[in-house]
Write a protein of this length. Sequence first.
Length: 342
Amino acid sequence: MSDTPAYTRRRPRMDPDAHRRILAEVARVGRLDASEITDATKNLRDGLLQPIEDAPEAVDLPMQAAPAAPAAPESAAEMSLPPAAHQDAVGDLPAPAVAARPDVWPSLASIAVKGKVLDRNLVITANRTDPAYASFDVLRTRLVQALREKGWKRVAITSPTSGCGKSFTATNLAMTLSRYENCRTVLLDMDLRRPSLARYLGQSKAGSMGAMLRGEVSMADHLKRMSAEGANIGDNLAVGLNDTPESYASELFQQPKTTEVLDQIEADLNPDVILYDLPPALAQDDVISFRQHFDCVLLVVGGGLTTAKEVKEVNRRMGEDKPVLGVVLNMAEDKSDNTYVY
């Protein structure tokens, strides 16, 4: 074979001074262009492959000024070589295969919800006996379109104060989203101080959301898929419920473990929409503490309850980087009007 390893042929041996000069140049290299790294690597190899009488005294590496001298890289990977240069340096080794992440969604356990219970708890989008379900269908369509246009998926559902119907909105929106075949939805009860989603779904033993966020219970064990009895619910809804109030919700939201768990949910379940049922935005600092985990806000306001000043204050607390994607008007006195503003 023509590519005999260097140590089996008679190759030049660099004198110690030349070797030290090369290492010194490498140590002073800042951030090189891909073409410069490729040329430097080729020149070094060509020099080593020449006969002894033609060997250069040293190889000049191109360099750029750097503010500080980093440690000498030990490998091509540490120099952040592009794929082509890296292959030239290490001998055209194939890239390691990346194992596909398993889809956890089909393995989630299911919980049974009864249509009569949902009707009693005003989950009107399950059986569609109340004409108001149409408003949630329109909201669903507009929400999905907006998320796809923006490249977002994490939606915070909140209200200025309590009593506006944010959990009612979150539950009904999740139910109507479940009927989209190509849209996986995850609904999480993040109102840790006053959880209520389990009550809407008629679940008495929901488990602790706080335990999942702390890593005491695995995500795959806590989240459940919906299994309806006498209700029209699709297969694409997973819920994370809570039956254990947390007094230190804001502090829990700030923990690195919470970020790790929420990232794992997004990576393992690959949902298209994640709905976070959060506490009222003006009640405590929980929503502000949770800001890093959502892309946009769906604000639920109560007809005859919420003031313009409160809506303005919610917008101020959210900040410009967390836009209010939609406003849902709940409990409107004029029943003929749409129950949302978007």
